[in-house]
Design a protein around this ligand. Structure first.
Ligand code: MG
Ligand code: MG
Length: 261
């Protein structure tokens, strides 16, 4: 159980500073999206991301990140998760093929503040309609979660909004993965579950900044496995997954999405 004292509220000026970090992350993801094409390798996408961050004077948040659950520091600037990979996949030599469902996650620090966002897309010009629907539903789940992130609501309202969209569409979700508080560190309290009960959980207050990140998959089993690299998380049933994320400030004027270009 998290104590309230562990939740750090940001001032309006600090949220403005986080907006600039978020803008750089959004520009990075735009560049990676534009570069994601058949025969391009995930490592090449990682290089594109690093160029954008360096140009902006930002510091990659994922590179060398070494949380307790991982066997080694993360070697990439982005996570590049293809098809049945849900999140945390290492951007290696794999070359994209037409029809690949690609999720890109990027985090960066600018002037000491962190932004964190993710997009999903289908490579090439002929996407499988099932992938298009999965991505659109994941984006709708994110939008519903963002809309619920207002003062006076509770964390359970955010989770209920996200989970409601996912379950109604019949998609699976990794129940123990979700979003997080964010600020000077990429991962701060509170944990932001992708499922919840409306009206339950911590009360949301202006100044709380959270990363909201639904990760949905086409199969019915909410089960997954790690690759031997200790990072890549895949659906256990091999079904394809989508992951989208924004960093969002809760303000008295409503949710403020910080990771827009
Ligand atoms: Mg992320
Ligand atoms: Mg995140």
């Amino acid at each position: 159980m998290l104590r309230r004292s562990e939740i750090e509220l940001k001032t309006a000026g600090e949220v403005d500073a986080m907006r600039e970090a978020g803008r750089v992350v959004a520009r990075c993801l735009d560049a990676v999206r534009a570069a994601a094409a058949p025969r391009v390798s995930l490592k090449e996408l990682d290089d594109v991301a690093l160029d954008v961050l360096r140009e902006a004077g930002a510091v990659p948040a994922f590179l060398d990140y070494h949380p307790h659950f991982a066997p080694s520091p993360f070697p990439g600037v982005i996570c590049a998760s293809v098809n049945d990979a849900v999140v945390h996949a290492i951007p290696g030599p794999h070359r994209l093929a037409p029809g690949d469902l690609l999720s890109i996650d990027c985090g960066a620090y600018l002037d000491g503040w962190c932004g964190d966002a993710a997009i999903s897309l289908v490579v090439g010009d002929d996407p499988d309609p099932a992938d298009v629907d999965l991505i659109a539903t994941t984006e709708r789940a994110l939008a519903a979660g963002i809309a619920a992130a207002v003062p006076g609501h509770r964390l359970g309202d955010v989770g209920a909004a996200i989970g409601g969209v996912a379950r109604e569409a019949g998609y699976g979700m990794l129940a123990d993965h979700g979003g997080h508080g964010i600020g000077r560190a990429m991962h701060e309290a509170p944990h932001v579950p992708n499922e919840g009960r409306a009206g339950r959980g911590m009360k949301l207050r202006a100044g709380l900044v959270i990363a909201i990140e639904p990760m949905l998959h086409a199969g019915g089993r909410d089960d997954y496995r790690h690759d031997a690299d200790g990072w890549t998380l895949r659906t256990a049933d091999g079904s394809r997954a989508a992951h989208v994320e924004h960093t969002v400030a809760i303000t008295d004027d409503g949710p403020r999405v910080l990771t827009l270009a």
